[in-house]
Design a protein around this ligand. Structure first.
Ligand code: SAH
Length: 273
């Protein structure tokens, strides 16, 4: 009896960049036009999804997709099943797939099943934010070290990012969260000056991008930026351009919750109506 033979498909682990379709690589764009299936994360922008050919099957496998939680195991299984059925699959992740993208778990699963795969890098949020603000992430006079930190709460391992902080470090916090108090405390303990520039960038490269330049001291007083956002701390951020002024940001927040009195020596907040 003849056993039907299906040519194995292939999986492409692809970076979608930070949002603007202009920041897709040529290879990513070509794959989005040519493959059979795209499995994408929540953070991949509508603009990028709009570049997928209409004949491609598109599935959101974001871990918070709707009510349903898609687990990493589900994602691995779907990629593997599709490739075994002979399909060409793009696994599309925001930014660069190898930066805070849980890609290693997918690589291991694919290797274990002998599925051919390729990785297509993307522009990570930090690079896009630095480009928008026209700042270097490293600078030979003030920033000889660049540290990418995940500030995601509940990480399995104890966090030790502060151990690598010196005053010539540019620190980039991915998933900076809503509460900067702990982060500030760690930096104070490392004797990082409270005048150190900070750049908070929201939805970089997207239509509603927002950038705010403040100092470490002011960080405690601001409200969380709309997600996804990225926090860059270090002297390299000193010359950031195109940012909102603190008053504007606080006033906008004030519409909803509270206003920070900038000239208040005790940095008190008052409630807004
Ligand atoms: N692989 C991605 C990071 C995924 S982790 C990359 O290389 O960019 C998710 C975090 O990335 C978000 O919480 C946020 O900190 C950051 N991020 C992703 N897209 C962003 C965007 N358009 N603007 C600002 N931050 C972004």
């Amino acid at each position: 009896m003849k056993v039907p033979y299906t040519m194995p498909g292939k999986v492409y682990l692809v970076g979608a960049g930070p949002g603007s379709a202009k920041l897709l690589t040529l290879e990513a764009l070509q794959l989005l036009q040519r493959v059979d299936m795209v499995l994408h994360d929540d953070l991949v922008s509508h603009e990028v999804l709009g570049r997928i050919s209409p004949r491609v099957a598109v599935h959101n496998v974001g871990k918070r997709c709707g009510e349903k939680k898609t687990t990493q195991e589900d994602i691995n299984r779907r990629m593997i099943e599709a490739a075994k059925a002979g399909l060409f699959v793009v696994r599309l992740k925001s930014g660069d797939p190898l930066i805070f993208g849980r890609t290693q778990e997918e690589i291991e699963a694919l290797r274990e099943e002998g599925i051919p795969f390729e990785i297509v890098p993307g522009i990570t949020a930090a690079s896009a934010a630095a480009a928008q603000a026209q700042i270097p992430l490293t600078e030979r006079r003030v920033a000889s070290k660049l540290v990418f930190v995940s500030n995601h709460p509940g990480a399995e391992k104890p966090r030790s990012w502060h151990e690598s902080v010196t005053n010539d470090t540019t620190l980039v916090f991915y998933m900076p969260g809503n509460d900067f108090a702990e982060l500030l405390e760690e930096l104070r303990r490392r004797h990082v000056s409270e005048d150190t520039p900070c750049l908070l960038v929201s939805r970089v490269s997207q239509e509603n991008q927002k950038m705010l330049k403040i100092t470490l001291r002011q960080l405690a007083a601001i409200s969380p930026a709309p997600a996804p956002s990225l926090l860059i701390i270090g002297e390299a951020a000193a010359s950031a351009q195109g940012c909102e002024k603190l008053q504007t940001a606080i006033a906008e927040k004030g519409k909803r919750e509270e206003i920070l009195l900038l000239d208040d020596p005790e940095r008190k907040r008052i409630s807004a109506v």
